[in-house]
Design a protein around this ligand. Structure first.
Ligand SMILES: [Zn+2]
Length: 91
């Protein structure tokens, strides 16, 4: 049975997209192709680092999302203000 390693990992929308759908195509809407590719690499590296001990980051409870937060993303550590989405790290 999976155990919860961290029950409150608040991530930015870029991280959420990849955690939820393994899909980074949304990045292209805001960035040119080159920046989007760089950003995707950064986010994937951050997710890999978070999961390094064999844990898995999964989407949590949307009721616990923050519509607007100034806190940095718990995954990629961006300081860009915006929505933060609740995820859970399971082991
Ligand atoms: Zn992030």
């Amino acid at each position: 049975m999976a155990t919860i390693v961290d029950d409150r990992v608040m991530v930015c929308v870029d991280c959420l997209m990849i955690i939820a759908n393994d899909d980074a195509t949304g990045l292209d809407h805001f960035l040119d192709e080159e920046s989007a590719a760089a950003r995707e690499r950064e986010v994937r590296d951050a997710i890999a680092a978070t999961q390094r001990d064999g844990n898995t980051l999964v989407v949590g409870d949307s009721e616990q999302d923050d519509a607007f937060s100034m806190s940095s993303c718990d995954c990629c550590h961006t300081n860009l203000a915006g929505a933060r989405h609740h995820c859970v790290l399971i082991g």
